[in-house]
Design a protein around this ligand. Structure first.
Ligand SMILES: *Cc1c(COP(=O)(O)O)cnc(C)c1O
Length: 401
């Protein structure tokens, strides 16, 4: 009996994939073993971070890596490092600014705005002009934030980085959902990114509460100072640099020796070791852990064949680079929100991705599916459609025909 059972928690079929609110993805035994190993003996977090960071940077072919408690925390620490880099946090009451194309706005902007920064928006939802970027810089600009994969006539990362660097401003990329594949990560740096935030719990299948902040060791040193526990004695502490050197003991501490803004986003040794093991596992067989889930997609597709109410299309989820099944329910005449509510209350409970619900379509993601789940999802969907519309709140979106 697990603690989940003791607490009477009802498990569900996760057809959404690596969603934080659903607990993320199952962790491979090999990664668990590495995490267990982290509780044998004591190591300093700063030394562990530097050592794991160098190892992962080497494996991933990038300048440096720092482990965080998620991509969202990595974005916060990146913004804090940018503010340090530009020396904007020194008592000036005016907020630091982060430039962003309007098309790149996202709920995860909260990760940088929580520092009290102002988002300086440029362009329109599907178009940004270069001159709009050129005119957006001020003496308070800390960074430019870039999100890959947004459609429109937008400024590319390389154009953005070129202009930003001429203003001595760094570029932060929110690559949370886009890495792996790992060649995208090296590509961001080739195009001029200074810091890239990556999620540890998405494609890398690391512990759900992990992420990677990638970039030059010099910038990661700032992130580390904003993040790590600095309950230290001024006279005896020396900074462990991400480059591996220890700062000379006679040099003054680079910050007031007090906790930075990231102290509440702390991460333990077992998670640092866990994401390291997960990335190395990934690199040995990229995509290998996706094969069983993809088999479940095929099973779901077979089980739904011939049901007139569901139009099933194979597609690829571009950011995560995994195949998915699009389940277009418009022909059923049952409102998609009713189906979602019925699936969530069924036996078993089932969750399917809702990002195309506005188009009457649910998207089945394979990444968290376990053996047998494909057929269970198909059966649950048919049962929800049999039951028809419910009397819940009307949906927020009209379903186009
Ligand atoms: C998932 C995601 C994040 C947050 O990642 P966590 O590792 O869960 O903190 C940030 N930005 C984008 C675009 C994401 O998709």
């Amino acid at each position: 009996m697990t603690l989940f059972d003791e607490l009477s928690l009802v498990p569900f079929v996760n057809g959404v994939g690596p969603a934080t609110r659903l607990g993320g993805l199952p962790i491979a035994d090999e990664v668990w073993e590495a995490m267990r190993g982290a509780s044998h003996g004591c190591v300093r977090i700063d030394e562990l971070q530097a050592a794991v960071g160098r190892r992962l940077a080497d494996r991933l072919g990038i300048p440096g890596v720092y482990v965080t408690s998620g991509a969202s925390a990595a974005l916060t620490l990146a913004a804090a490092a940018a503010i340090r880099h530009r020396n904007l946090g020194n008592g000036d009451p005016r907020p630091a600014e982060i430039i962003i194309q309007q098309a790149h706005r996202d709920p995860y902007d909260r990760a940088v705005s929580l520092l009290g920064t102002r988002l300086a928006e440029i362009g329109y939802p599907d178009e940004t002009h270069r001159y709009e970027l050129e005119h957006a810089f001020s003496d308070r600009t800390a960074a430019v934030l870039f999100r890959p994969g947004r459609p429109g006539n937008l400024l590319s990362l390389s154009v953005l980085a070129d202009v930003a660097h001429r203003h001595d401003v760094m570029v932060i990329v929110d690559g949370a959902m886009y890495v792996p594949p790992v060649d995208r990560l090296a590509g961001f740096f080739r195009d001029g990114a200074d810091l890239v935030a990556v999620s540890g719990g998405k494609g890398f299948r690391g512990p759900q509460g992990t992420g990677l902040l990638c970039g030059s060791p010099r910038l990661l040193d700032w992130a580390a100072l904003e993040h790590q526990d600095l309950d230290e004695r001024e006279t005896t502490w020396t900074q462990v640099r991400m480059s591996g050197e220890r700062a000379p003991t006679e040099s003054p501490a680079p910050v007031l020796l007090r906790h930075g803004v990231g102290r509440g986003m702390k991460i333990g040794p077992e998670e640092i070791v866990g994401i390291c093991a997960a990335v190395e596992r990934y690199l040995r067989d990229p995509g290998g852990d996706e094969r069983p889930g993809i088999g479940e997609l095929d099973a779901a597709e077979r089980a739904l064949a011939g049901d007139e109410r569901v139009r099933v299309t194979k597609a690829v989820h571009e950011p995560l680079a995994v195949p998915v099944l699009e389940l277009d329910l418009r022909r059923s005449g049952v409102p998609v929100d009713s189906v979602i509510r019925r699936l969530a209350k069924g036996k078993p409970r089932v969750f399917i991705a809702e990002h195309r619900a506005f188009a009457g379509t649910l998207v089945l993601n394979p990444m968290a599916l376990r053996p047998g789940d494909g057929v269970l999802v198909a059966q649950a969907l048919c049962a929800a459609l049999d039951a028809g519309g419910d009397r819940g709140q009307p949906g927020t979106h009209r379903e186009p025909d």
